[in-house]
Design a protein around this ligand. Structure first.
Ligand SMILES: Nc1ncnc2c1ncn2[C@@H]1O[C@H](COP(=O)(O)OP(=O)(O)OP(=O)(O)O)[C@@H](O)[C@H]1O
Length: 583
């Protein structure tokens, strides 16, 4: 390339790019890098003198210390591959702790630059020391403790009897035992996924225990065997007869969202409460083993301990929503256009009621593709908490991108109103048809007129590429939870009573009947009670909870939640994405 330009043509940007590409290729190939660099520099210096356009830039670039350093590193790596492996690694690999000590001592004697100090600090860090020491143990294969030799009297048929030695550290063994219902033998009941026994790969559910640490278990109760195990320190030796049909585990793990709280210690049916996994509704669990029909093994997604829980857990009837607990005047204000006289689940028992009763729901990690429609944002909260205020403020922040859905109404249009702006004005018959064909997210009657938010209205906003923000009664959540809308549900929670007294000092309750009415303690109390009920019954559906104390702060949190919903991965029901799983 350089030769072709010697006669004078000017370097252009494509030449520069090409040149860089060549260098990058050489870097990858790793052959004679410094040599190439020197040649290129020599050639360029000729052009530089002639002040050819673009050459100066390239010349400076190739002379830049960072590029030189990069090439050196590349060269070192290549050399290292061939020689370091054999010479340095073999000599020092298993003795890194000693090497560290030597380096620390050397550093003491040299002048203390900032880098030296930093290096000394790192090398003297206890965690770093521990890391190197652990490394050396592994490299020297210096594992402790040394297992005792196997007894001489091992039966010839190896499968008939197996001796298993496990080294018990501070963690539990990770297996449960039981008495076989028919034979009365002590057998391994379960091997907890990821536990010590499971990792050993030597114990299986169904293995019959013959001896533990040389003590015969014949005639012993499981509790007595457990006692022997609890007393053992270090190595435990099991003599056992392996189960003939080992369970073939070809399961793939999957994730569920818990739809109810579970406390193993309060479950009389759990076979081993200590191994039970407590969880709260809304938490994501990874199911790691379903071999047992009744008891699955799971772990919390942020937790490494795998334990089990009852897959067949039947919940008592979900608490029916006590609508009488609401303050009607406030509700009529917020919901005057769609106050629901009759809760949604009373009208669609199949979809809503059952979903609320299910003990878990399979979920997958989902991130909206930038070209997909935005996810619907649903705000839920007790009346008076500030759902409307927050929605208004949120939309006000970016009205071109955020929008509410226009509700439908059967009331007559007023002179100053415009069809499709305040409401979509429809006949009662049309409205009822929409309800029966499940096209309403929620609806209700007020002063003889029907009001409701339709799925079509939401779709219109989403189709325009905007984010649709609606506020719903919690009973409406189930209706919105569809593959199409993929709602992200935000619960607006009241702060403590004392905080509300402070933050709502100058706020006014907005109702149809009273204007300028101040909040009273009983209003705050109702709000708090309502919020608790909502969380208890619907908390599992909330993707995020925002406490509305300081309005400004709540608004900022809400905006960030809205963006998270659209741009960050979230757990969503697997059924929303199931079409993606199909080939
Ligand atoms: N964090 C807050 N600090 C002070 N005042 C607030 C706060 N949040 C809301 N408010 C005020 O409380 C009153 C009720 O709020 P808003 O109307 O939004 O409640 P809502 O949850 O929509 O309930 P409703 O449906 O009964 O109106 C309004 O006057 C609002 O300005």
């Amino acid at each position: 390339l350089l030769s072709s330009h010697k006669s004078g043509p000017i370097f252009g940007i494509f030449d520069l790019l090409f040149m860089l590409k060549c260098i990058a290729t050489f870097c990858l190939l790793g052959s004679g890098l410094s040599h190439v660099l020197t040649l290129v520099l020599q050639e360029l210096s000729l052009f530089y003198k002639r002040d050819a356009n673009g050459v100066g830039v390239l010349y400076d670039l190739l002379r830049s210390p960072w590029l030189q350093a990069l090439l050196k590193v590349s060269r070192l790596c290549l050399q290292g591959q061939s020689s370091l492996d054999n010479r340095i690694f073999n000599k020092y690999l298993p003795h890194s702790a000693m090497l560290r000590q030597q380096v620390v001592e050397l550093l003491r004697e040299v002048p203390q630059s900032t880098e030296m100090k930093e290096l000394r600090r790192i090398l003297r860090n206890p965690h770093f020391k521990a890391l190197l020491s652990a490394h050396d143990i592994v490299a020297q294969k210096d594992f402790e403790p040394i297992l005792p030799p196997l007894p001489d009297s091992i039966p010839e048929n190896e499968e008939a009897m197996r001796i298993v030695c496990l080294v018990k550290n501070k963690q539990p063994l990770g297996a449960t035992i039981k008495r076989h219902e028919v034979t009365g033998d002590i057998v391994v009941a379960r091997v907890i996924h990821g536990g010590l026994a499971d990792r050993s790969g030597l114990l299986y559910a169904g293995d019959k225990l013959v001896e533990v640490n040389g003590v015969s278990v014949e005639g012993l109760e499981p509790e007595q065997v457990i006692h022997i195990l609890s007393l053992s320190q270090g190595t435990i030796m099991f003599k056992l007869i392996p189960v003939s049909d080992r369970p073939v585990s070809n399961q793939t793990t999957f994730y569920v969202r818990a739809m109810a709280d579970y406390w193993p210690l309060q479950d009389p049916a759990i076979p081993c409460a200590d191994a039970g996994l407590p969880f709260k509704k809304g938490e994501i669990l990874q199911i790691v083993d379903q071999n047992d029909i009744l008891w699955w093994q799971a772990r919390q997604v942020s937790d490494l301990n795998a334990l089990f829980w009852n897959s067949n857990q039947t919940l008592s009837q979900p608490m029916m929503w006590n609508i009488a607990g609401f303050r009607r005047s406030m509700r009529l204000c917020r919901r005057k256009s769609r106050n629901s006289q009759q809760p949604c689940y009373a009208q669609c028992p199949n979809s809503c009621y059952n979903a609320v009763a299910a003990p878990y729901e399979e979920v997958v990690r989902y991130q909206r593709h930038p070209t997909d429609r935005n996810r619907l944002i649903v705000l839920v909260g007790p009346s008076g908490v500030g759902v409307n205020e927050l929605r208004r403020r949120l939309i006000g922040m970016n009205p071109h991108h955020l929008q509410s859905a226009v509700p439908h109404s059967t009331r007559s249009q007023k002179s100053y109103e415009e069809n499709g702006r305040e409401y979509h004005y429809v006949s009662k018959e049309t409205f009822e048809n929409m309800v029966y064909s499940h096209r309403m997210l929620e609806h209700g009657e007020y002063k003889g007129h029907l009001y409701g938010t339709s799925i079509d209205a939401v779709r219109t906003v989403l189709d325009e590429g905007k984010i649709c923000i609606v506020d719903l009664e919690p009973q409406g959540i189930q209706m919105a939870r569809t593959h199409e809308l993929k709602p992200y549900i935000i619960f607006i929670k009241p702060p403590s009573m004392s905080c509300m007294r402070q933050s709502r000092k100058n706020a006014r309750i907005l109702t149809d009947y009273y204007v300028n009415m101040k909040f009273k303690d009983e209003d705050f109390q109702e709000m708090e009670d309502s919020a608790k009920k909502m969380e208890a019954q619907f908390g599992q559906f909330f993707d995020q909870v925002i406490v509305n104390d300081n309005l400004q702060e709540a608004c900022v949190q809400l905006l960030s939640a809205v963006h998270q919903a659209q741009d960050e991965p979230q757990w969503v029901p697997a059924t929303w994405i199931c079409s993606d799983f199909q080939p």
